[in-house]
Design a protein around this ligand. Structure first.
Ligand code: BEZ
Length: 400
């Protein structure tokens, strides 16, 4: 029988801040007194961006994961948590090698990743082969939970389709007839552009132009210069993090008449920096300001205390990734080798999320409400619901 002693590891693990040593691979070591005759630590690899345009997203995911583990006393199913953090720099070209370091060299039991869809694809190649339990805490690439779905891979964030389709549909319902879409040219931008178009068309409107630049470039001027001459009623955009801050400011400065909108990443975690430039922007997302459910109220307070800044949707993704992990690991009392029971518990999870109730679809993507938000008074104020309990419609996943 293994003995469980939680407190010492808990403190060590959680005192490692989200940012501490993030530039390279960092491990929160398990004190040696755990090694013999006591519960083996559950090694959780966090492969996230801690530098570059998505750095704040990775930080907030990490803070929130640490928060949930602290709420659980630093252990799940009787096993103390050991975190191993790796800065993936949002570089797809290094993703497979980085994931292999976590899986093969560090022997993580669980991998929680990442923000960038291209990097997630690299992780996916590795974990589909290794069978490592994986929870996607942001990246939306549709295929991860469609044709490439895997029984060991779950997602608590969104598919790229969910918020962007919803924005296109909401726009068409408001009477917009023609819109353009601006984005970075990589999986997330491409899939969000396609979903925005699908939503517009569903509502009887059209996508007339798709304008792109390479990730993570921020030379927006050539694109902004084209927009005034386009015959459109609205411009949708997918950018996030530092890129979103800059795009929104430059769009406002260019005094383009067509209102700017998009999947909600455009104004998420960015409003303080965007200032007046963001006022009035409407977006669709699975989170927003003013959701006053008890879980969100407590979450916002606890996150502010831990991180010293406001929570955002990325923090919610991280928190829910950890909540889902807790449900699985607790169901098997720490024995994650009991995969049938572990996955059944995770697939059946009904999670009380700060965003509202969520569940897991048959393809192991999150099912969630999509809210319409408008930037007012420096907040992404929820002004309506575009879709309740929206599931990604994609096919190709054969998980029963
Ligand atoms: C993505 O690459 O999937 C992504 C990155 C940031 C925000 C949303 C999606």
């Amino acid at each position: 029988m293994e003995e469980h002693n939680r407190s010492h590891v808990t403190r060590r693990a959680l005192l490692t801040s989200a940012l501490g040593g993030a530039a390279a691979l960092t491990a929160t070591a398990v004190p040696s007194r755990w090694a013999i005759g006591q519960a083996r630590a559950l090694k959780v690899g966090l492969m996230l961006p801690y530098s570059g345009t998505y750095a704040k997203l990775g930080e907030n995911i990490t803070y929130a994961i640490e928060m949930l583990f602290a709420e659980k006393g630093g252990a799940l199913g009787g096993r103390p948590i050991e975190l191993v953090k790796l800065d993936d720099e949002s570089k797809p070209e290094a993703a497979q090698q980085n994931a292999e370091r976590l899986v093969k060299r560090d022997n993580v039991d669980v991998l929680i990743g990442t923000v960038h869809s291209g990097v997630q694809m690299g992780i996916h190649k590795v974990v589909r082969e290794s069978g490592t339990l994986t929870i996607v805490a942001n990246a939306g690439n549709n295929e991860i939970t469609r044709s490439l779905c895997a029984r060991n891979v779950f997602r608590t964030s969104f598919s790229n389709w969910q918020p962007s389709y919803s924005m296109g549909l909401a726009l068409a319902k408001k009477g917009v007839k023609k819109a353009a879409f601006v984005t970075w040219d990589y999986t997330a931008g491409q899939e969000m552009g396609a979903a925005f178009k699908e939503g517009l068309e569903k509502g009887g409107a059209q996508l007339t132009q798709l304008l792109t630049l390479n990730f993570p470039d921020t030379n927006f001027q050539p694109i902004l210069a084209q927009l005034p001459s386009l015959d459109v009623d609205a411009v949708g955009a997918f950018f996030a993090g530092g890129g979103a801050i800059q795009f929104v400011k430059e769009y406002a400065a260019a005094q383009i008449k067509a209102p700017l909108c998009g999947p909600g990443f455009l104004t998420e975690g960015t409003l303080e920096a965007q200032g007046a430039a963001a006022a009035g922007i409407e977006t669709a997302l699975h989170y927003g300001d003013g959701l006053d459910n008890a879980k969100n109220v407590a979450f916002l307070k606890a996150f502010k205390e831990k991180a010293g800044r406001e929570a955002d949707v990325y923090a919610v993704h991280g928190y829910d990734a950890a909540q889902l992990l807790a449900i699985g690991v607790e169901a098997v009392a720490g024995n994650i080798d009991d995969e049938a029971k572990l996955y059944a518990a995770m697939r059946g999870a009904k999670i009380d999320s700060p965003r509202g109730p969520i569940s897991i679809s048959a393809s192991q993507n999150v099912v969630q409400n999509i809210y319409l938000r408008r930037v007012e008074g420096g907040k992404n104020k929820v002004v309506g619901i575009v879709a309740e309990a929206l599931s990604d419609p994609g096919g190709g996943c054969k998980l029963a």
